[in-house]
Design a protein around this ligand. Structure first.
Ligand SMILES: O=C(CO)COP(=O)(O)O
Length: 299
């Protein structure tokens, strides 16, 4: 079983360490695990994601949920951070997403353009920045180059860098798809090799296979698959994403398996906020009970 890396093993400079500690421990409010509330789906998927709970289209609904649910941070694009974070600045850590795109064009040549800078994140009082890296698309080369500049700025300004490592494109589809074990494992390794402090991955599905024989053909359990993904990320902290809304039992099971594998935490959006406020908080409390079993070290 892989072990979860601790802060001193991550090669952080002082600013990154200070900010990551603020996120993971929140001055004693949190236990060294991470539970993020992402809120960039309005850009990435469009307002249809709010149909299930129209109240969630208001960013204030999300920040209230983040505060009452004891989240380690919220994730937004710059427009919402500029207009809504002022009221809550310093109360809940902000992760500023630096790139993003709509889902209107097809994914095949996916490249998520940068629309904000690490300097913006510093000005807004953010404790981390997020970058979506599409692994395996024909635009990968340009993506790596764009990413390199963000990584350099994040290092210079002491800002933790969280990489949304998303396998995409026809080559990935041929090898089992974006949430196959192959694709998620490769994406985790890529983010680690390219210097991410934290990587966000989808939960791997070992039953999704390539059409042609591959090294991922053996029968793997989901636990073995997520163990391997965390091992591939090595000294990059792993966050496991929620994805489209599933049954609560399935989500709690996913959370258990991820934490057992050595993940640092969870980043669940739609599964949390596509329901009314009290119902969200009940679900969050069940997830927090799981995270409470995996306290981390502060050094
Ligand atoms: O990280 C995420 C979006 O940025 C994950 O969001 P979902 O849980 O809604 O898939």
């Amino acid at each position: 079983m892989p072990t979860r890396p601790v802060l001193r093993e991550l090669g952080l400079n002082t600013g990154k360490k200070a900010r990551l500690r603020r996120i993971l421990f929140r001055h004693g409010l949190c236990n060294g695990t991470a539970f993020f509330l992402p809120y960039d789906q309005g850009l990435e998927h469009g307002p249809r994601d709010f149909f299930a709970n129209p109240a969630a289209s208001d960013p204030r609904f999300i920040v209230k949920l983040a505060l009452e649910g004891g989240f380690n941070g919220i994730v937004t694009q710059i427009g919402l951070a500029e207009k809504f974070y002022w009221d809550y600045a310093g109360e809940v850590p902000l992760v500023l997403k630096l790139n993003g795109k709509t889902d209107i064009p097809a994914d095949e040549r996916a490249l998520s353009p940068v629309n904000a800078t690490v300097e913006d994140a510093v000005r807004l009082g953010a404790d981390a920045v997020g970058y979506t890296l599409y692994v395996g698309t024909p635009a990968q080369e340009a993506d790596f180059e764009q990413y390199r500049r963000v990584r350099e700025d994040a290092h210079r300004l002491g800002m933790p860098l969280i990489v949304w490592a998303y396998p995409r494109g026809a080559a990935i589809e041929a090898k089992g798809g974006k949430d196959s074990f192959y694709a998620v494992d490769y994406a985790a390794r890529t983010a680690s090799e390219l210097g991410a402090d934290v990587v966000k991955v989808n939960f791997p599905h070992p039953e999704k296979r390539a059409a042609v024989p591959s090294s991922y053909d053996e029968e793997f359990t989901t636990q073995q698959a997520i163990d391997a993904v965390v091992r591939s990320a090595n000294r990059t902290l792993v966050l496991v994403s929620g994805g489209a809304k599933l049954g609560d039992e399935a989500m709690l099971e996913k959370a258990h398996e991820s934490m057992d594998a050595g993940a640092t935490g969870l980043i669940f959006g739609r599964n949390v906020w596509q329901r009314e406020h009290d119902e969200s908080l009940r679900f969050v409390a069940a997830l927090r009970e799981i995270l409470a079993k995996y306290p981390g070290e502060s050094e």
